[in-house]
Design a protein around this ligand. Structure first.
Ligand SMILES: *Cc1c(COP(=O)(O)O)cnc(C)c1O
Length: 233
């Protein structure tokens, strides 16, 4: 199957049920992105700031870029002029930095709070207590240039569907609870980003509104070994 046919058949499945498709193009060349673009795809996700900035400069300006990987505060300035959605916000410190740079560009930047749901210690994200703490932080209430659109989570990388289902269930419950407690008046808190190539059908069954698919669209990536997770970006 070609990239174009992959995009077309995914959109036929996802559009009618209101699930947004993020094409995860990390490590993939610009030609591959353009093939997806020509097939109608406009939302792309990257996890490294430098790669994202290079692609954004070179590719059509109506592409909506999502950052899906860990973001260091000192890199926010590079993406603040154009980023559509930062899916991986995991601290008040980062949120304040995003707010600051968004203000400089007279923008409001949409963000998702990344929640840690996996049974692995290598994953980034907030636990439930940290999430509530962030939302109750008086500094959070004062931020004018960020808008929290919802939550993002990554399930455990396992074949065990029971584990994955339990994690997606937990995240959906958390999403509903957080919406009721903190965003009752805000219709813009509407996004639950969960599901990757191996588990997106389960994620949709459990209430996902946004799936992030890489290998299903573009084929397998060459594995890169990252020694230190803090060096990822
Ligand atoms: C790489 C990545 C994906 C896509 O993974 P696939 O298994 O190729 O679909 C989705 N979400 C995040 C956060 C990623 O880093």
């Amino acid at each position: 199957m070609s990239i174009a046919t992959n995009i077309e058949s995914l959109q036929i499945d996802l559009k009618p049920i209101g699930v947004t498709l993020v094409a995860v193009s990390k490590t993939k060349p610009q030609t591959a992105i353009m093939e997806a673009y020509e097939a109608g795809q406009r939302i792309f996700g990257e996890n490294m700031v430098q790669e994202l900035v290079e692609k954004q400069e070179a590719l059509p300006k109506d592409i909506e870029w999502h950052l899906i990987g860990h973001l260091q505060t000192n890199k926010v300035k590079y993406i603040a002029p154009f980023i559509q959605l930062i899916e991986s916000v995991d601290s008040i410190k980062l949120l304040k930095e995003i707010d600051k740079h968004a203000a400089k560009h007279d923008r409001v930047i949409d963000c998702l709070l990344q929640v840690y749901i996996a049974d692995e210690d290598s994953k980034f994200g907030l636990d439930h207590a940290e999430l509530v703490e962030l939302l109750r932080d008086p500094e959070f209430a004062s931020l004018q240039h960020v808008r929290i659109r919802g939550l993002m989570g990554i399930a455990t990388n396992t074949e065990n569907e029971k584990v994955i289902k339990a994690e997606f269930y937990e995240l959906k419950m958390l999403f509903d609870g957080i919406k009721a407690s903190f965003f009752r008046q805000q219709d813009s808190f509407d996004t639950l980003s969960m599901g990757m190539s191996s588990d997106y059908q389960l994620a949709i069954e459990h209430g996902s509104t946004m799936v992030r698919l890489g290998s299903t669209i573009f084929g397998k990536r060459v594995i890169k070994h990252v020694k230190n997770k803090d060096a990822e970006n």
